[in-house]
Design a protein around this ligand. Structure first.
Ligand code: B1M
Length: 214
């Protein structure tokens, strides 16, 4: 398994979309744990690509190729991670998106997929979602939980603005707010008045369960 996970990480690191897709299909055929394959395999590769970019060993196009390979693999693994859940079985409705100004969507998509896999009805708004749109969709969809992802220190402040707008729209008492993404933390969640923070997609499900049970 370790060998296989290393191959997954390497395929993403090299930006080799074909190999990443082939390995994702192989993981499905071998019925390997999809969460492990994504988190301990492919995601290791994309994080290393980010590190190389940070130290100047990778340029943006290389990072973008790695991201494409990562996305292709995650897309193929998505049904095994859980696919979608119907309204009838839903534990609650979740609105999820990456905050305005931020195009990182891989982690957000994983979180949405895991929530759907665990019985939530998930409305994925995508990335670079305007602050007001979180509010409009929360109202239109009758959301129980608003989930905001941010990967940039410059965009995480937008999470606070959405919470302010939810309050202004009179929705804050009706919805719970969960935040996440690399630069955020539990401390940050407390500071901006969110109800919860999760470090990864699996934890996001536990936090959502806890928030909606209380
Ligand atoms: Co960018 N990028 N990037 N990038 N990128 C980071 C985030 C960065 C840390 C890289 C670095 O410097 N080492 C850095 C941010 C620095 C900072 O602000 N502190 C950075 C930068 C600067 C940028 C640009 C500004 C670069 C530029 O143009 N000069 C630019 C941003 C443009 C914009 O958004 N306006 C940019 C662009 C890109 C690409 C397009 C090339 C690509 C994104 C492709 C895509 O998403 N479609 C990309 C990538 C791939 C990364 C890194 C390498 C990897 C992100 C990722 O997908 N990780 C990233 C470095 C890193 O994270 N180590 C980096 C894998 C994913 C599974 O993990 O997203 O962390 P993650 O999600 C996890 C958890 O965080 C958590 O669960 C997920 C699954 O376990 N989580 C949540 C996430 N959201 C959650 C929400 C929740 C709960 C948990 O509840 C709501």
């Amino acid at each position: 398994m370790t060998d296989f996970l290393e191959k997954c990480a390497n395929a993403v690191l090299k930006g080799d979309r074909d190999t990443a897709s082939r390995l994702a299909r192989e993981a499905l055929d071998r019925r390997l744990d999809p969460v492990d394959v994504v988190e301990k395999g492919f995601a290791v590769g994309i994080r290393e690509a980010g590190r190389l970019w940070e130290v100047g060993d990778y340029f943006l196009p290389e990072l973008a190729f790695s991201a494409e390979a990562m996305k292709a693999a995650v897309e193929l693994m998505s049904p095994a991670l859980g696919g979608t859940s119907s309204h009838a079985t839903a534990k609650g409705t979740v609105i999820i998106g990456t905050i305005q100004g931020d195009i990182h969507d891989i982690g957000k998509t994983l979180v949405g997929t895991m929530l759907a896999a665990n019985g939530y009805r998930v409305v994925d708004l995508g990335a670079d979602v305007a602050y007001e749109r979180f509010v409009v969709e929360a109202r239109n969809e009758g959301a129980d939980l608003v989930c905001m992802s941010a990967l940039l220190t410059t965009t995480m402040v937008g999470q606070k603005e959405v919470i302010r707008l939810l309050r202004e729209a009179g929705l804050r008492d009706r919805v719970r707010v969960l935040v996440g993404g690399a630069p955020t933390s539990g401390e940050w969640a407390g500071e901006i008045g969110a109800d919860g923070y999760a470090d990864n997609a699996v934890e996001a499900v536990h936090v959502a369960d806890r928030l909606l049970a209380s």
